[in-house]
Design a protein around this ligand. Structure first.
Ligand code: EPZ
Length: 429
């Protein structure tokens, strides 16, 4: 398994282009199952997660063509003229939870599907009860056995009013993916408003769906009998943007983050400014600058969008490990999302976790060590911390990073970071 070695202490200077959003791309890819015409997605990130989903979509009958040097950057053309199998097996869903999102489109298009339950993961139990209740409300009969969801709607799905008890990104997206082909009107109350949902709505609308209420917590969908293909550009990855912003703040220096949107991470930027980081917002991104001075500790609490993103919590904690004072970080979205704290402690961080709250007492200097993490964002928080740690840090289990960060070592290396990938077999680059 590859590892990444980082020697901390280099300031970052230059420019980092941001890739298309992973969490948008994978839902948009699932949308290709809703039509027999090609869906062309541009600004596609090339990640392990998009490859996993491509493999599953091929199994279901889609042709998946990746073009790396398309006129609008990397693109993927997905074309499912026919669904040849409506079964998403355990081995493919296990590799990536979001594969579960093919359930809704498969039922909407074919009237039946058998999809493996995704199971829990390291950040929490992550049930899918809201997804299943929404599909039932749309008229699908749902049976669970042998670890699979069996869904049937032989006469098609029907519009319904669906009120979520709390905000769920995945359940909102899944309901959209099914309701667009249901007969009649669906209303989703307490819908999530994440930019990735807006992106899915824009793409589905281009495909001929009738959806109102984008960027609000109530969505209304008038079902149509068929959707067409289209071309759609994936929005920039706000978590990648925020992660590099935090990396620059940690290492010091000045970097322009391009091809992205600062408004997607406003809740983070406000906290970074409060800590003493200089941020300049621009039309195509932002510039992040920090000179010498030690940052101040700031408290954060994760929330649904537009609040502070849970996917940036670990990286923000890394920044706070060297700030002046005590920072209290509350995680409210997932019940077990502090797995990075003991790994940051291996670098010398002083963190006490109590339930959903972590108290981070800033220390003037971290020191390199061997570390590993159990999920994507936790892994990248160790990279962020390592950029300012004295000596060498080796981050193990790099496959987590490869799931969600495109060419991470190349992008940071181009700005002066001392970062290299060690290959599995030889331990060498
Ligand atoms: C999405 O997960 C993202 N994943 C996550 O990013 C992100 O952290 C999360 O949204 C919150 O922003 C993808 O888009 C692929 P939720 P999702 O449904 O949709 C509970 C990353 O690193 N819940 O909004 O699974 C759930 O357990 C990943 O890229 C239920 O109880 O998140 C959680 O506590 C990690 N029942 C809360 O709701 C359900 O049926 C919010 O989860 C569904 C969710």
């Amino acid at each position: 398994m590859d590892r990444i070695a980082i020697v901390g202490g280099q300031r970052l200077e230059g420019e980092i282009p941001i890739s298309g959003a992973k969490n948008s791309a994978i839902k948009l890819m699932a949308a290709s199952l809703l039509t027999d015409q090609p869906l062309r997605l541009t600004n596609m990130p090339r990640l392990a997660d998009t490859r996993f989903l491509g493999r599953l979509l091929r199994r279901l009958g889609a042709e998946v063509q990746e073009i790396d040097d398309g006129p609008d950057g990397p693109e993927t053309i997905l074309h499912a003229p026919e669904i040849v199998s409506a079964i998403a097996p355990y081995d493919l869903v296990r590799q990536m939870r979001a594969s579960f999102n093919v359930l809704g489109p498969l039922v909407a298009r074919t009237g039946h599907a058998k999809v493996s339950l995704p199971g829990g993961c390291t950040i929490g139990a992550r049930p899918v009860d809201l997804h299943l209740k929404a599909l039932e409300a749309l008229g699908a009969s749902i049976d669970l056995h042998d670890g699979y969801v069996f869904a049937q709607a032989p006469r098609g799905l029907r519009g319904a009013r669906i009120e979520f008890p709390f905000v769920s990104v995945g359940a909102t997206e899944h309901t959209l993916l099914a309701a667009v082909l249901a007969e009649g009107e669906t209303v989703i109350v307490n819908a999530a408003c994440e930019p990735e949902i807006g992106d899915l709505i824009d793409c589905l609308t281009r495909m001929g769906a009738k959806i109102e209420g984008k960027d609000t917590s109530t969505l209304s969908i008038k079902g149509v009998s068929r959707l067409n293909g289209t071309t759609h550009a994936v929005i920039p990855d706000r978590i990648e943007t925020g992660t590099y912003a935090l990396a620059v703040a940690m290492a010091g220096g000045e970097v322009r983050l391009t091809r992205t949107r600062s408004d997607f991470i406003e809740a983070l930027l406000v906290k970074m400014e409060a800590a003493g980081v200089e941020i300049t917002r621009a039309n195509d991104g932002l510039t992040v600058k920090r000179n010498g001075a030690r940052l101040k500790s700031v408290d954060v609490e994760t929330e649904a969008y537009p609040g502070f993103a849970t996917d940036l919590q670990a990286q923000f904690m890394a920044l706070m490990t060297m700030a002046d004072g005590v920072s209290v970080i509350r995680e409210t979205i997932f019940e077990n999302r502090f797995m990075h704290a003991p790994e940051l402690a291996r670098l010398g961080a002083d963190i006490t976790v109590r339930g959903g709250e972590a108290e981070v007492r800033g220390t003037p200097q971290l020191h390199g060590a061997q570390v590993m993490a159990t999920d994507l964002r936790a892994s990248v928080s160790l990279v962020v911390a390592a950029l300012a740690a004295r000596g060498e840090t080796v981050v193990n289990r790099v496959y987590h990073l490869d799931r969600g960060f495109e060419r991470l070592e190349e992008k940071l290396g181009a700005c002066g970071a001392d970062i290299r990938r060690l290959s599995h077999d030889t331990g060498e680059e």
